[in-house]
Structures are given as structure tokens and as C-alpha cells.
Design a protein around this ligand. Structure first.
Ligand code: GLU
Length: 429
């Protein structure tokens, strides 16, 4: 039985199936995760006590290659959430034509409450628990919400200790010194930027007349806000988990980032500085940010931000989803009826997994690329797939989300059928 989040994710698949017909086997297969692992991770805390954390790893579908997806550390992590995130990874990799299936992992905790040493023990304990479920040809984790390159480095090291050999390709998003790729940290934002830049001329929009609000000031949101700012867009609002700031004239994003980063330097792992404490502009809540009258709204935080409850009040002209699953399927219907196009997560935020794929390729070949080469390949991929999905949306007169799912489904169905020979000799179905 699927949880509420996975059921909602599956509604995107059902919608896409209204536009194209695939063999029913592929459609049926893609409704369910291939394998879901739940683990308990005992961790010795700094004060000597023992705490047991709940962790998950889900491999959704591997028809197109080893499964791929991040690991998040967050208090709201549940099996249902991890399964839906793994579902999205499956369609994201297929939409971008990356030779991976989809997976996701997570641990339920508030990472800001743990010391650096406790986080390291937890990360290593998680890898001990899932070591037989992952591998460079099986399933390859990466960073996600509240995990970073340092944590990926610990995880790769732990896996290598277990295997008694160095296995850099088991995890992506590692520190550069441990086999990480140049450009991986900024890849999600860069990918989103390339998609936005590809779409803007089609909408007859120019950066200098375009206002933007970004919800989420983490690795993806902050870097994207800066890229847009430097290209002449007017970024009028940004927020982090504690709240946001608004300025009609546009915010000076590099200064906001600098202040936020300098606050983090006091901290070993996580930034404690909330944007709202740092700059002299009107504060606003995350909910208010979503409802601003702007040209582009970028949800870059968590899932389920635009729902049935607030979709009616959204006034943006366009939404570009940098978070995974920020819009529910009910909200999609409302936004569509209001004529607000949504550029979907499985395309817009795919830059991260694309450069993860590049990292895996570099680890396996032993030949490392320059930053220019990484970004050039990323830009080529994002532009190519954005154009293809745009064309499908025009041809089928459907939303960009449905077009992205149709595009992904075609590749997934092809792989599922290519694997199975039984259909060829069974008389009829
Ligand atoms: N966590 C990122 C995502 O949701 C990256 C996954 C990866 O690089 O494998 O796309």
C-alpha cells in the first residue's frame, strides 16, 4: 500500500498516461518501489548515551541503470516521503536521459541538534546498515536536504572500509579531494538557471523586466538567486527556514549570501543565521513569499509548499520548481485553471543529478574534467532536454509537467520492454 505522498506522486504518472499509451506492464511496474529498506542506526552520543535513529533507503526502479538519489537528514523524513522522492528521481533521470534509475534515502532527525562527531558516527552507521543495498553498479547516494560534501566523504570512506578497497563511485557529491567533481556544489542551481534562460525567450521575457522570489536559501536557492541577480533579474524576495526578506527595488543577493556564509563560519556544519536577521528590508514569512505578485516564483526548499490550501492565492506568472515536489497534484490543477505555468522539478532541478552522473563517470574512468567542461556539458544537457520537453508540451497541448513525464515514460517503457523477452514468445496478453 502506498502512503499519501507516493499516491500523490503517482497521480502525475496517471496524468501522463492519459496522453500516451504504453504497454500496461510498464505503467503497472512504475507504480511501486522495487525495494525499500528501513534501518535502525544506534549512535553513541558525545555525552556517552546511546540514541537509535530511523533511516531509509528506497530503490524505486532500475530499468535504465543503477539507482541514484540523495540522502536527506530531516525531522520530517518518513518511508512514504523517501519513496516519493525515489519515484521523482526515477522520472528525473529518465527525463534527462541519464543512465540511472531512481532512489532516495533519509534519516529522521534534526541535524542541527547533533555535534559534528555525532553526525559523523551517524553517517557511518547509516552506511554500515545499508552497505549491501548500495554500490557503484547498484545504487549510488548523493547529498540532499541538510547533507553535504563532508557527509558524502564520510559515507564513501565508510563504504570503502567495509569493502577493503577505495570505492569513490559509490557516492557522488564528495569533497574534490576524495574524487568529487568540480561544479557539483553549484550544479542544481546552474541547471535551473540554464532551464530558465532557455525558457525566457519563448515567453518573450527579458531579465531586466522580470521579478523573482526564491523560497529556500540553501545550496540550490542561494546560488540560483545569485546567478539570476548577476544576469540582471530583479530578485525581490528570498527566505530560509526561519523567514524571509522583501524589497521592491530588488535585493543585493551577493551581500545576503556573504552575511549568511560568515554566520556559518562560526558553526562547524550548519548555518544558524536566518536571513531575516541579517538585512535591512521588510521581513516576510515563507507563506507570504509564495503569494507575492512576482513574475517568477522559485520554490527551492521542501515538498508540499503549494497545496490546495494556498494555490488559489498564488499570483506569480510562472513557477520554476527547484525543490523536489513543492507543488501537490491538487495545486497543479488549480494553478492550471489560473493559467500559471509550472516548470517541473524533474526538469528544473535535474542539474544536481546530472553532475552527479558526471562525477560517477570521472570516478570510473580516472580522468577528471575542468570546471568549464563540467558546466559546458551540463548546459548542453539542460538546454537539449528543456527544448524537447517544451516541444512535447506544445505538440500535446499539455503542461510542462505532463510533458516531462511523457518524455521520461517513453524512455522508461522502452527500457522495461527491452529487458523482458517474455512478451515476445507469449502468445497473447
Ligand atoms: N538530491 C539531488 C536530487 O534530488 C541530487 C541527487 C543525486 O545527485 O543523485 O536531485
Amino acid at each position: 500500500m502506498s502512503g499519501a505522498l507516493l499516491s500523490d506522486a503517482n497521480r502525475r504518472l496517471e496524468k501522463a498516461l492519459q496522453y500516451v499509451t504504453f504497454h500496461k506492464d510498464a505503467a503497472e511496474r512504475l507504480k511501486y518501489p522495487k525495494a525499500s529498506l528501513t534501518v535502525s542506526i544506534p549512535v553513541r552520543m558525545d555525552d556517552g548515551s546511546l540514541r537509535v535513529f530511523q533511516g531509509y533507503r528506497v530503490r524505486y526502479d532500475d530499468s535504465r541503470g543503477p539507482t541514484k538519489g540523495g540522502i536527506r537528514f530531516h525531522p520530517n523524513v518518513t518511508l512514504d516521503e523517501v519513496q516519493s522522492l525515489a519515484f521523482w528521481m526515477t522520472f528525473k533521470c529518465a527525463a534527462l536521459s541519464i543512465p540511472f534509475g531512481g532512489a532516495k534515502g533519509g534519516i529522521t532527525l534534526n541535524p542541527k541538534e547533533l555535534s559534528k562527531f555525532e553526525l559523523e558516527r551517524l553517517s557511518r552507521g547509516y552506511v554500515d546498515a545499508i552497505a549491501d543495498f548500495i554500490g557503484p553498479n547498484i545504487d549510488i547516494p548523493a547529498p540532499d536536504v541538510y547533507t553535504n560534501s563532508m557527509i558524502m566523504g564520510w559515507m564513501m570512506d565508510q563504504y570503502s572500509i567495509i569493502r577493503r578497497q577505495l570505492v569513490p563511485a559509490v557516492v557522488t557529491g564528495k569533497p574534490i579531494t576524495m574524487g568529487g567533481s568540480l561544479g557539483r556544489e553549484t550544479a542544481t542551481a546552474m541547471g535551473a538557471f540554464f532551464t530558465i534562460q532557455t525558457i525566457m525567450p519563448k515567453l518573450s521575457r527579458r531579465p531586466e523586466n522580470t521579478t523573482v522570489a526564491v523560497q529556500g536559501f540553501g545550496n540550490a536557492g542561494a546560488v540560483l538567486a545569485e546567478l539570476l541577480f548577476r544576469s540582471g533579474y530583479k530578485v525581490v524576495a528570498v527566505s530560509d527556514s526561519r523567514g524571509g526578506v522583501y524589497s521592491e527595488k530588488g535585493l543585493d543577493i551577493p551581500s545576503i549570501r556573504k552575511i549568511k556564509e560568515s554566520t556559518r563560519s562560526i558553526q562547524a556544519v550548519y548555518c544558524e543565521g536566518a536571513i531575516c536577521n541579517l538585512v535591512d528590508s521588510a521581513p516576510l514569512t515563507n507563506e507570504e513569499l509564495l503569494e507575492l505578485e512576482v513574475d517568477i516564483l522559485v520554490p527551492a526548499a521542501l515538498e508540499n509548499q503549494i497545496t490546495e490550501a494556498n494555490a488559489d492565492r498564488i499570483k506569480a506568472n510562472y513557477i520554476f520548481e527547484v525543490a523536489n515536489g513543492p507543488t501537490t497534484s491538487d495545486a497543479d490543477t488549480i494553478l492550471e485553471s489560473k493559467g500559471i505555468p509550472v516548470f517541473p522539478d524533474i526538469l528544473v532541478n535535474a542539474g544536481g543529478v546530472t553532475v552527479s552522473y558526471f562525477e560517477w563517470v570521472q570516478n570510473r574512468s580516472g580522468l577528471y574534467w575542468s570546471l568549464d567542461e563540467v558546466n559546458q556539458r551540463l548546459s548542453q544537457k539542460m538546454i537539449e532536454e528543456t527544448e524537447l520537453i517544451w516541444t512535447i508540451a506544445q505538440d500535446l497541448s499539455c503542461s510542462m509537467r505532463t510533458a516531462a513525464y511523457v518524455h521520461a515514460l517513453e524512455r522508461l517503457a522502452e527500457a522495461i520492454h527491452a529487458k523482458g523477452t517474455r512478451d515476445d514468445y507469449l502468445a497473447k496478453w
